[in-house]
Design a protein around this ligand. Structure first.
Ligand code: BDP
Length: 704
């Protein structure tokens, strides 16, 4: 019997149809393909691969490249072509990490040449070649040059040392701290491959709500073990630094950045880290925010704090950086929360060391489904700035709901700040080109965990992928990325692929519609942040919902123009003009900037109240349409992932209905108007929704 089973399994090995599609392979599936144009199996086109770097020498990264090509080409075409390493001149057009793909012949055979100025660049070129083949693109007349616009392309893991992932919805942390450094999960390598395949080159493995323990000798040995696995794949490791570490693990009585003993402690600590990890990337710091310690305790400012850590990194001469977060707000500060970071950081322009980057969330509040962008972007021309995006769906449905975030990030990165005239996009602020900064970086808060498929929701892998591709080139289009990802991830025909891409493309706006339409924000349930909570009050004001929605008998929305908090004054005049006037502001940001009367006539000709109600309804209708599309896709992709998504979409419909009914019943108390025609009547009264109690929701720090 056993033998029979084994034979059956072996017989099935080559046939993809019987392979479990559990999502583990991500977008690196490497199943057998043939070129779409020639219907050939590519064999003639890649008899050999030439890898040209300035040294032409082997290295651990070149070994990784060879291993990936062997793995990929064996899967894709059943071959293991010879890789020839050759030395060639440095090419000015390729920068540090770029690559070129061209056709050459080797001993009369057709071959592909990957040219790069570094081994990492060659590795990215190899992944690009494999991507082309997976997508069945032609390899004839290859002439592709690709260079990343941003130097440091990082993931941020909000992972605790006990493996709890803050705002993580895909299981526990990938890092098995207890078993490190002795036991190395094979997953570490697959993680590094996934990052390298999209061009990411760094990872902060610990939570911004930091634990100083990771800086102790014991933990540094563990970090070193991870760094050693990641290094061949071009991934550098970074750590979060708890500002009070000199007191907590160093026995000092203060963490004052101007105290010589504190400075000496960090100098020694940085030297110790470099001993373990010679290519250590640097520190990420959350200070004086949400209870994290920082320089304010000592009457010092953020520049004093950041420079304390930046100095020994710079002195070591190994291009280590400090990423100092601008997510700073204090409940003692009664200014509108969305104004606080700008107020804190603008006066510090010019005070930060050259190897400090201020890490700014895309919005001035906190990763809402939609926010106006943070006005801090471009407002400190002498300071390096980077953007922090949230891949994990803290406010967009965890790993239950479908929200492809490529569209949101495209909106953010293409947003014009006008700080140095038209065309001053956030992308250009972040890639350093607007103000000619020599160092640039981007961060995405990871949505990974130890779930078999890495991201919980099978389609949430698209967000990891999209983040990586945009980190490489912020001018790529969200639709193109979605198309690419779908092609790599599913064996679907053209019609099914288009259906999936369309579904992804509309999904974020759908979440906006049924949760926080028209510029509403921060009206989610307290703590776990999943589901509606416009009624949330009590505790610090800036963690309540009315602080943001300001619903009253007159109307709805936050007044951020001159008659209100005047947060709008932090934007360029062009934007004040667009957003400050009711007549000009787009519907999407209406209630972000304005307190609007319930009967205000919208562009659609409807009153605000009716428009609001219909947007919530539209969100629900869109989820139903997504379900129908997905039902139709059955058989077009593998059953396993199809069914996982089907179940999630069904729950998403329930959730969308809950959002709609809860929010409309709540706001109706103020509007005192009936629901317009076309909006379904809620099944329960308001109290029912207030009483919904989601316990032990994943990712919620309060529950652990
Ligand atoms: C908020 C999260 C919290 C994070 C914080 C941050 O709710 O868990 O620690 O952001 O970014 O969105 O520091």
């Amino acid at each position: 019997m056993k033998r029979y089973l084994l034979a059956a399994l072996l017989a099935g090995v080559g046939a993809t149809s019987v392979m479990a599609e559990d999502g583990y392979r991500l977008w690196l599936r490497y199943d057998r393909v043939e070129s779409r144009e020639t219907r050939s199996d590519y064999r003639g086109a890649v008899e050999a691969i030439v890898v040209q770097t300035p040294t032409g020498e082997a290295s651990p990264t070149i070994d990784a490249l060879k291993a990936e090509l062997a793995r990929g080409l064996d899967g894709l075409i059943g071959r293991d072509p010879t890789v020839h390493l050759v030395a060639g001149e440095t090419r000015d057009d390729l920068g540090a990490d770029g690559y070129a793909l061209t056709n050459v012949t080797v001993d009369g055979d057709d071959a592909v040449r990957i040219t790069a100025n570094s081994d990492a660049g060659a590795l990215y070129g190899a992944f690009a070649l494999l991507r082309k083949m997976q997508l069945r693109e032609s390899l004839d007349a290859l002439d592709e040059v690709s260079v990343p616009k941003i130097d440091r392309r990082l993931l941020n893991h909000w992972d605790n040392l006990n493996r709890f992932v803050e705002r993580g919805y895909a299981g526990f942390s990938l890092w098995e701290w207890n078993y490190l450094p002795d036991i190395l999960s094979p997953r570490y390598t697959d993680y590094a491959r996934a990052l390298a395949s999209v061009g990411l080159n760094g990872t902060v493995v610990t939570n911004v709500n930091a634990n100083a323990l990771v800086l102790t000798p014991e933990y540094l040995t563990k970090v070193k073990a991870l760094a050693d696995v990641f290094r061949p794949w071009g991934i550098r490791i970074y750590l979060t630094a708890r500002f009070s570490a000199p007191m907590e693990i160093g026995g000092l009585e203060t963490a004052d950045p101007l105290d010589p003993a504190v400075q000496a402690w960090w100098d020694a600590k940085v030297a110790e880290i470099y001993e373990h990890i010679p290519d250590f990337g640097g520190f990420l710091v959350k200070a004086n925010s949400e209870g994290q310690p920082g320089p304010w305790e000592y009457g010092r400012d953020h520049a004093d704090g950041a420079n304390l850590l930046a100095k020994p990194l710079a002195a070591a001469g190994r291009d280590g950086i400090v990423m100092w977060r601008a997510f700073v707000y204090a409940f003692e500060d009664t200014t509108d929360r969305v104004k606080q970071a700008y107020n804190q950081f603008v006066p510090l322009d010019g005070k930060f060391a050259d190897n400090v980057l201020v890490q700014i969330k895309n919005g001035p509040l906190d990763f809402m489904p939609r926010e106006a962008f943070s006005p801090l972007f471009g407002a400190t021309p002498q300071t390096n700035q980077m953007v922090e995006l949230q891949i994990t769906q803290e406010y967009l449905g965890a790993s239950i709901q479908l929200a492809y975030l490529g569209t949101m990030w495209e909106e953010v990165l293409d947003q014009d700040t006008y700080v140095a005239g038209e065309g001053s996009t956030i992308g250009k602020v972040v890639d350093g080109s607007l103000f000619n900064h020599p160092v640039s970086a981007i961060a995405g808060v990871a949505n990974t965990g130890d779930d078999r498929n890495w991201t919980g929701h099978p389609l949430a892998q698209a967000n990891w992928y999209a983040y990586g591709r945009l980190a490489w080139d912020h001018e790529l289009g969200a639709r193109d990325i979605a198309t690419e990802w779908t092609g790599l991830t599913f064996d679907a025909d053209e019609e099914a692929s288009t259906q999936i891409v369309d579904l992804l493309m509309g999904s974020r706006e759908t979440v906006v519609n049924y949760s926080m339409p028209l510029g509403l924000h921060h009206i989610m349930e307290r703590g776990h942040h999943y589901g509606p909570g416009p009624w949330v009050t009590g505790g610090r004001a800036d963690w309540t919902s009315p602080y943001y929605h300001q619903a009253d008998e007159v109307g709805l929305g936050a007044n951020r123009i001159a008659s209100g908090t005047n947060a709008i004054e932090q934007y360029a005049p062009e934007l004040q003009e667009q957003w400050g006037q009711l007549a000009n502001v787009p519907d999407e940001l209406l209630l972000w900037f304005h307190h609007v009367p319930w009967d205000y006539e919208m562009r659609s000709g409807r009153t605000l109240w009716n428009e609001l109600a219909l947007r919530y309804q539209q969100g629900v209708d869109e989820v139903r349409a997504m379900r129908a599309t997905w039902a139709d896709l059955r058989g077009g992709i593998d059953e396993e992932r199809w069914d996982a998504v089907r179940q999630r979409l069904a729950l998403q419909e329930k959730d969308a209905i809950e959002w709609r009914d809860a929010c409309l019943l709540y706001f109706q108390q103020f509007s005192q108007r009936p629901l317009p025609e076309g909006v379904e009547a809620p099944a329960y009264d308001l109290q029912h929704y207030i009483d919904v109690d989601r316990r032990f929701f994943p990712g919620h720090p309060g529950d652990y």
